[in-house]
Structures are given as C-alpha cells and as structure tokens.
Design a protein around this ligand. Structure first.
Ligand SMILES: NC(=O)c1ccc[n+]([C@@H]2O[C@H](COP(=O)([O-])OP(=O)(O)OC[C@H]3O[C@@H](n4cnc5c(N)ncnc54)[C@H](O)[C@@H]3O)[C@@H](O)[C@H]2O)c1
Length: 353
C-alpha cells in the first residue's frame, strides 16, 4: 500500500472515496480539485451546492487530509504537487459526453492534457509514484455497437458467444466513431500505457464502466444510477434517451477503490489496462433499475422517452477477468445492496441536501 497518496479530482465522487479509503488506513492523503463540477455540467445540482459537498465532507471527517485547490491543466502546479507522493490516483476530469460535444476544447485540455501533466509530474518525481488513471469504457467507441445484440424484453444482451463474458481489453479502440469525451480519455489512456510500457513509471488505465455509490450526485449528463435514485426520491420526472433497454454493468464505488489499491500496492509487472465494472454478474437495464428502485423505495417516478443520444452504447458489459486474475480482485457488493447503501446514506444526510 502506498504511504503518501495524491488524489486528483478528490472533491468528486470517485476521488473522494479513494481519499476516504486511504485516510481510514492512516495513509497520508493529498487531494487536488478545482471544484468545477457544478460549473461545467448544465444539469449539475448547483442549488444544492453539491460541487463542494465531498470536499466539505473530507474536511470535516478527515481533517488530516490535505485539500489543495488547483487545476490539472496547470503543468507547473501538477509537477509541484505530485512530488513526494508514492501513489497517484488521477480521477480529475471533464466527465460528461454531452459537455464534450458542446465544448470539446475544454474536454481535451482537462482530460488529455491534464493526464499528460500528471504523467510528466510522476516521471519527474524522485518519489517514483505509481499512477492509476480513471479511464472509461467509452474508449471503445462505436466498436461496442458492432457486437450483435438481441432483444430480451426489458433488456438487450450480446448475441455473440465471443462476448458472453463481456468486452475484453483486446476490443479495438480505433477505426470507429467516438465522441470528444471518448477521444480525450483515449488519448490520456494511450499516454498512460506509453509511459508504463517504456518503464518511465508504473501506471495503469482502469477503463471503468458505470460506478455508483453514496455521495454521487448523478444528473442527466453523468452518473445515471444516482440520477435515477435521486429523481425517484425527489419525485422529479426522468427522461430516458432511447428505449430504456440499454444494459450496463454497474460497480459499487468501494469495489472499484479496492481494485485501484490492489494495483498501487504491487504495480510491478502488471498490465497497463484493465476493464473494471460489475461484469456479467452485476448488470441492469435502465428499465430494470426502475423496477429495483420501486421495490426498495415504493416509488416510481414519471418517465419520458426521447431520442437515443449520440455515442450511446446499447449494451456495455466489462469482461473483468484480467482484473480478477492479476489483481486478485472481485466485486463484493451486489446492485441491490449498493442501492440500499445509497438510500441509507441519502436518508442520513437528507436535511443537508
Ligand atoms: N462515475 C463513473 O461512472 C465513471 C465511469 C467511467 C469513467 N469515469 C471517470 O472517473 C473520473 C471520476 O469520475 P466521477 O464520477 O468521480 O466524476 P466527478 O465529476 O464527481 O469528479 C471529477 C472531479 O474532477 C474535478 N475536476 C474537473 N476538472 C478539473 C481540473 N481541470 N482540475 C482539477 N480538478 C478537476 C471536478 O471538480 C470533480 O470534483 C473521471 O475522470 C471520469 O471520466 C467515471
């Protein structure tokens, strides 16, 4: 396990859980964030001041965590702040496909250049930090939609035995349509691989599927599981883009953080890319999640259907075999348990939201 960890994007959903995981274990934690989430997502929950919610949470629960306001686009700042750490989890990012379509330059600068800055910072640091990069399944672009699918009623599913276990890391990443978000994350993902393959640093890109859990303020642009839960709890109507039969594998955030830690604790000789998600055992369609929410909350919010969104994947399920074998990792929390934990968290802090 690293002794001094830097978490970029630590005021975000995933980053704050990484910071909490290490703070709980007594590791020195530095968090960097520019607190931009609420400003950059059209549908962010500004009225509820959620942009700084996780920052304030870390500040009050873990006063020893060093919170540094800063921007990963600033190379000199990044080089400075990386120095002295032996592990970096880079989650800072422009996170929404929608925002990448309307402002591709910011998307590029934050995701591609910001990651490059982190890698350069790590390469120059005497402390030799290993780096985990929060990549995404979107790097596979429209190649995912080349896999034949069948309609199984409330969900689509792969209709090709080669993909029974999900999408492996070997699926092609190019010669297909992407989105600016997919491309900026892919550029970053390739830089991570390159720095690791040339032995400049130990590093891996974790191509994440849908991650969910407490303290996630999902909205129409990003974080759909939390968005569905919050909309249901608040009796706010939901728009489903497409027919709701699209399927995702979903992973509870603490399971993801254990995978990161398995890599950082013993990075030598490991792969440079991992698909991480709930895998075939933790999948849901949008419609099925609404059923589960109705079971657990007794509520079903109003649904409106709209056109499919650009770049949407009908089925995406991660093949997590590589992560399981090499990192001796496996998801522990079922979707039903994860949703129930989200609901408990929400109930505990409802007054503050
Ligand atoms: N949540 C998911 O399901 C999911 C899936 C695939 C990939 N990812 C990737 O994981 C990472 C974390 O996602 P999340 O769900 O926690 O999102 P999030 O929006 O909650 O967290 C991202 C954080 O990065 C910060 N940030 C943005 N631009 C920055 C900059 N220029 N400098 C410093 N900080 C900046 C934001 O303020 C925010 O706190 C992102 O890189 C995202 O692309 C997430």
């Amino acid at each position: 396990m690293p002794d001094r960890i830097l978490v970029t994007g630590g005021a975000g959903f995933v980053g704050s859980h990484v910071a909490e995981f290490y703070a709980e274990r007594g590791t020195d934690v530095t968090v960097v964030d520019n607190l931009s989430r609420a400003d950059t997502l059209d549908t962010a929950d500004e009225a509820r001041a959620t942009g700084a919610y996780n920052w304030n949470y870390l500040q009050s629960e873990y006063p020893d965590v060093d919170l540094v306001e800063g921007d990963v686009r600033d190379a000199a700042f990044v080089e400075d702040v990386v120095a002295g750490h032996d592990g970096v989890v880079h989650t800072a990012g422009q996170v929404a496909v929608t925002a990448s379509l309307s402002d591709p330059r910011t998307d590029f600068e934050v995701n591609a250049e910001g990651t490059f800055n982190v890698l350069e910072g790590a390469r120059k640091a005497d402390s030799d930090p290993a780096v985990v990069f929060a990549s995404t399944n979107k790097v596979y672009g429209d190649n995912v939609n080349e896999i034949p699918i069948r309609d199984e009623g409330d969900r689509y599913w792969y209709d090709d035995p080669d993909f029974e276990a999900g999408v492996p890391e070997s699926l092609s990443i190019d010669q297909c349509e992407h989105t600016p978000y997919g491309v900026s994350k892919l550029a970053a993902d390739l830089y991570v691989q390159d720095y690791a393959e040339r032995n400049e640093i130990d590093a891996a890109a974790f191509r994440m599927s849908c991650i969910y859990g407490p303290r996630q303020f999902g909205n129409e642009d990003q974080g759909w599981v939390a968005h569905f839960i919050l909309s249901t709890l608040r009796d706010e109507g939901l728009t489903i883009f497409g027919d709701g039969k699209q399927v995702r594998d979903v992973l509870y955030v603490e399971d993801l953080v254990r995978a990161y830690d398995a890599f950082l604790s013993d990075p030598e000789g490991k792969s440079t890319v991992y698909n991480v998600g709930g895998g075939v055992d933790r999948t849901t369609s949008l419609l099925e999640l609404l059923d589960l929410l109705e079971d657990q909350t007794g509520k079903r919010t109003d649904i409106t259907f709209d056109e499919w969104r650009e770049g949407d994947q009908k089925v995406y399920v991660s093949d997590v075999h590589r992560a399981k074998h090499e990192l001796d990792w496996e998801p522990r929390i079922s979707l039903s348990e994860g949703v129930s934990r989200y609901l408990s968290w929400h109930e505990d802090c409802e007054a503050g939201l």
